[in-house]
Design a binder for this molecule. Structure first.
Ligand code: SAM
Length: 273
């Protein structure tokens, strides 16, 4: 029998990467899947972790897959516009976007996460023609690697920014504006109501009594743009646009109202920084 990999040396924040991995692996089994990620299903089987408590997290299961799909689509549109792009997925965790998108033939594709996460990622999903960077996204050093290509840059950041304070998100955007001018970024932004409520989140609350807290949320795209003066919204869509048919009835009803869309719908955005 093959020995399973135990992600024991990673922090609680980094272990949140197991939630979208689980969500994508479950989705892969569905005949009506909104995302097809065979690498997720393969990796899940290789990890020594009890995923059974997540079975109750139905909204997160479809939500993680919906946001991945919408971000894949936005990333693809950027690549279509800039076939020579350099793509960097920040806080990549165990996401197999490069493989899922068919290994796009761009100038370079980087997957970046903290060093201990990259170690686990290498065991489960070794680099092919992409490159891994084991460094914090707040460390400027990776921007020099990316800038050296001298090509249009796309940053993909999914399920990450909501765990940081607004001041950290602002400092990050401003570092990118300074070091990689003209960059576009695709991201998911949590709605304000969830800030401080990780214990009420259907999947995070399965991770023990003190799950990593949500610290940053937005009311609209303007709350993102104001953190990076000179930035511009390229496109935006609500997560419910793809997930609503699988949400519980009451949430579907609320999302038909303006209040529901403003307060309960995660926003997926492409921004020119
Ligand atoms: C919820 S997971 C999302 C993983 C992946 N983006 C996905 O959607 O499957 C959050 C990720 O952010 C990473 N992360 C946390 N702090 C980071 C930092 N300072 N620099 C880079 N990545 C970080 C964690 O290690 C973890 O992989």
């Amino acid at each position: 029998m093959i020995e399973k990999i135990s992600p024991k040396d990673i922090t609680v924040l980094s272990s949140t990467m197991l939630i979208p991995l689980w969500a994508k692996a479950v989705e892969y089994e569905r005949p009506d899947a909104i995302l097809h990620d065979k690498e997720a299903a393969r990796m899940l089987d290789m990890i020594d972790y009890d995923f059974t408590p997540f079975a109750k997290a139905k909204a997160s299961q479809v939500g993680c897959c919906g946001r991945a799909r919408l971000l894949d689509e936005m990333a693809q549109r950027f690549i279509d516009e800039h076939p020579d792009a350099v793509v960097v997925q920040l806080g990549a965790g165990l996401d197999a976007r490069y493989e899922r998108m068919g290994r796009p033939n761009v100038t370079a594709w980087y997957d970046l996460d903290l060093p201990e996460v990259i170690d686990v990622r290498r065991m489960l999903l070794p680099e092919s023609s992409n490159h891994y960077l084991g460094v914090s996204m707040f460390d400027e050093s990776w921007t020099d690697t990316v800038a050296a290509h001298g090509k249009p840059v796309l940053l993909v950041i999914e399920g990450v920014l909501m765990y940081f304070e607004e001041a950290q998100v602002q400092a990050f955007f401003q570092m990118v504006q300074r070091k990689l001018p003209g960059t576009q970024i695709v991201l998911d932004a949590l709605f304000k109501k969830m800030v401080g409520r990780a214990q009420q989140h259907d999947a995070l609350r399965q991770m023990g009594e003190t799950p990593p807290e949500f610290r940053w949320g937005v009311g609209s795209a303007d709350d993102v743009l104001k953190l990076a003066p000179g930035s511009r919204l390229v496109e935006e869509i609500g997560l419910s646009s793809i997930c609503a048919p699988r949400y519980p009835f009451i949430l579907r009803l609320l999302l038909k109202t303006r209040w529901g869309r403003e307060n309960l719908d995660m926003r997926i955005m492409r921004i020119q920084l």
